[in-house]
Structure formats: structure tokens, C-alpha cells
Design a binder for this molecule. Structure first.
Ligand SMILES: O=S(=O)(O)c1ccc(O)c(O)c1
Ligand SMILES: [Fe+2]
Length: 356
């Protein structure tokens, strides 16, 4: 990615990852998954759209599903600290020379004035503050199921040049909490945050822009395990792509699901606090078999290969830029045993034989 200009104005003050807008092909099938299985709360719905939120959320939605011809990501939205930050966003991105559009209140149901951009990585990003408050179901145990989801936690995006993407997000005030590198300093992935957890956005090295996943958090591992049991009972175990398991990076207990259009949704719990200014960065060796799954369980190849198309602000798919640096799935096939369990223990350190 060509070097970006350094704006002379301050960036918008981003608080957190707040909502995603996905294009889906069949609203009824998506409703059966996101409401019927994941248990997300319907704030508003019509024949073509679903506005959903998780149980701890009081803003109008954290996920919009909109019926359309091409399953894709239509927007990733970050909440900013005040409505005044929208002017900062316009000024900052105009200096970056990217497409910037102001949106009137109500352009998105339940959201006030907003700014949408095509960011330097090629993603459709929204900044907003005002959003309609709706009932917070935190204590509505009468409607929460055994798999209750608390809140949206993060976005994971696929981009070819991870260091350039990291620099861009550092310009927005995001900080790295963890990353994956090799001994030639190739950066394969990085996790970056504004809120005091491991990430609001994760950067995955690959052909991009593509959306790797949207993640929601639960309070307890048992809620994640219930979602697995629920899918089993529906004989929809093929919706379970990876996990459940324990991540090395982030230390979170995780599960990856595929929605009816193949959009990847992560359910995640128990990462850690990162709010102090001197929070130490954790760097993992790409050959460490426990980086992606702390128990060394395999990362299915589809998890590295597949990701969702991204739309521009006109709703057109964005062309991909190919990653030129090494790809993690080629350097070591995930946490699948062809990497070391104990560094420098080449004899006994490999779980399933050696290939690196
Ligand atoms: O697979 S990793 O342990 O690298 C990982 C860590 C945190 C995440 O949110 C994730 O999607 C993947
Ligand atoms: Fe994730």
C-alpha cells in the first residue's frame, strides 16, 4: 500500500467497534440462524432487513442484515466519543484523500448523523455517535437462552499489507495488543484496540479487502458450548467451522460459525484487560503451534482461505489486492502439529510430525 499522507488534523476519537452491516441472500434463513440459534434480539425487521442486538446492548443494533444479490460486508461501524467527532472524521479523511460521505440522521435506521468512508485499506467504514436507545436486556433472564450473547466485540479484516494497515490504525489511536511474526520480521496478523480489551479490529494477512469475521462476546464458556449443542440438535453441525477451543492469541475461548451465506461469526469469551498505557505487546512466532489454538488443535484450512467480499459505498464489490508476503497457511498449516510445541525441541516438539 502506498505511504499515506500524515494528516495535520487529529483523527476522530474512536471508542469501539460498534456494528456491522452484512448483505445476505435470504432474510428468513439468516433470521433462523442469528435469532433462532444465536438468540440475538430483533430491534426492527421488515421483509428486507433485520436490525439485531445482543443482550447487554442498549443502542439500536450491533448487526444489520440486509437482503441483497451478493453476500458481502456493506459497512463496519465504529462509535466515536461525541457527535462533534464526525467533523474531525471528515477533516481527517479528506486529508487522507479517500472518499468521504456525510449521512443524515436516519440514513441508517436507529442511527443519527454519520460519516462513511472508503478507508485506505478499501473497507466501507462508518463513524457515528447518536443512536436510538432501546431496552437493555442485561437482566432479562426470562428471555435469554442458555447461549445468550452479551455484545459485539470485534471485527477481523483481511488485508495484504499488515504493517501498513497497523500504521493506518495506529494513526487512529488504536494500539497493538498481540501480533504474529516470523524471524524475518514478516507480520502475519495483528490485534488492535481502542476499548480496554484485546481488540476492536484484527488484521489478518491475505488478499484483501475482505471481511474475515465479526465477533460477539458471551460471559461464560458454557454459553458457547450450548450454541454447539443447539446446532447439533438441529443437525446443523456444518455451521461449526472451527472450535470450540482456547486461543493462544487473546487467551479467549472461541467458536467460529458460518452463517447461511458463509459469513464467519465468532463467539468469544475471556480475553483480558489492556487499558493501561504500558500494556505489554505479546508477539507470537508463526511456527508456534499454540498461537492460534492454545491446545494445539488444527486450524481448518478454510479458516485461512475464506472471507467475505467487501462493498464500496456504491454497493459494488471491491477488487482484491493480492498479498505479496508469505502466507501463514503456507508457512505453517495453522496450529495443526506441523509447527513446534516446544521451541528448539525439534525431536519431540512436533505434535503431528514435522514439515517446517
Ligand atoms: O486464532 S487466534 O488465536 O490468533 C485469534 C485470537 C483472537 C481472535 O479474535 C481471533 O479471531 C483469532
Ligand atoms: Fe476474532
Amino acid at each position: 500500500m502506498p505511504a499515506l499522507p500524515t494528516p495535520s488534523v487529529t483523527p476522530p476519537d474512536v471508542i469501539r467497534a460498534a456494528y456491522a452491516e452484512l448483505i445476505v441472500s435470504d432474510i428468513a434463513a439468516s433470521r433462523a440462524f442469528y435469532v433462532g440459534v444465536l438468540g440475538l434480539v430483533v430491534t426492527y425487521e421488515d421483509d428486507d432487513t433485520l436490525y439485531l442486538r445482543a443482550f447487554e446492548e442498549y443502542l439500536h443494533h450491533s448487526l444489520i442484515l440486509r437482503r441483497g444479490p451478493v453476500p458481502a460486508l456493506a459497512a463496519l461501524a465504529y462509535r466515536v466519543r461525541s457527535a462533534g467527532e464526525l467533523d474531525a472524521a471528515v477533516a481527517y479523511y479528506e486529508q487522507l484523500g479517500v472518499r468521504v460521505e456525510r449521512r443524515a440522521a436516519g440514513a441508517t435506521r436507529g442511527v443519527g448523523e454519520a460519516v462513511r468512508i472508503e478507508d485506505p485499506l478499501g473497507f466501507p467504514i462508518e463513524f457515528f455517535y447518536d443512536s436510538e436507545h432501546v431496552e437493555r436486556f442485561t437482566r432479562r433472564y426470562d428471555v435469554q437462552g442458555a447461549g445468550a450473547i452479551s455484545r459485539l466485540d470485534h471485527f477481523n479484516i483481511v488485508t495484504p499489507d499488515v504493517p501498513a494497515a497497523r500504521d493506518y490504525y495506529e494513526g487512529l489511536g488504536f494500539r497493538v495488543s498481540e501480533d504474529i511474526k516470523d524471524d524475518e520480521d514478516v507480520v502475519y496478523a495483528a490485534w488492535m484496540h481502542r476499548k480496554a480489551t484485546v481488540h476492536d479490529v484484527a488484521l489478518t494477512g491475505g488478499d484483501g479487502p475482505r471481511m474475515h469475521h465479526i465477533a460477539f462476546a458471551t460471559h461464560e464458556r458454557s454459553q458457547i458450548l450450548h450454541l454447539c449443542d443447539h446446532l447439533g440438535a438441529l443437525r446443523q453441525s456444518d455451521r461449526i467451522e472451527r472450535g470450540p477451543g482456547r486461543h493462544g492469541v487473546s487467551n479467549a475461548f472461541y467458536l467460529y460459525l458460518l452463517d447461511p451465506d458463509g459469513h464467519r461469526i465468532e463467539i468469544y469469551t475471556h480475553d483480558y484487560y489492556t487499558g493501561d498505557p504500558d500494556n505489554p505487546v505479546v508477539t507470537w512466532d508463526v511456527h508456534d503451534n499454540q498461537r492460534r489454538d492454545w491446545w494445539g488443535n488444527p486450524v481448518v484450512p478454510s479458516w485461512y482461505a475464506n472471507a467475505s467480499t467487501v462493498l464500496d459505498l456504491d454497493g459494488e464489490p471491491v477488487a482484491l489486492t493480492h498479498r505479496t508476503e508469505a502466507r501463514e497457511s503456507e508457512v505453517t498449516i495453522g496450529a495443526d502439529g506441523f509447527s513446534y510445541t516446544r521451541k528448539n525441541d525439534a525431536e519431540l516438539g512436533f505434535k503431528l510430525g514435522s514439515q517446517v
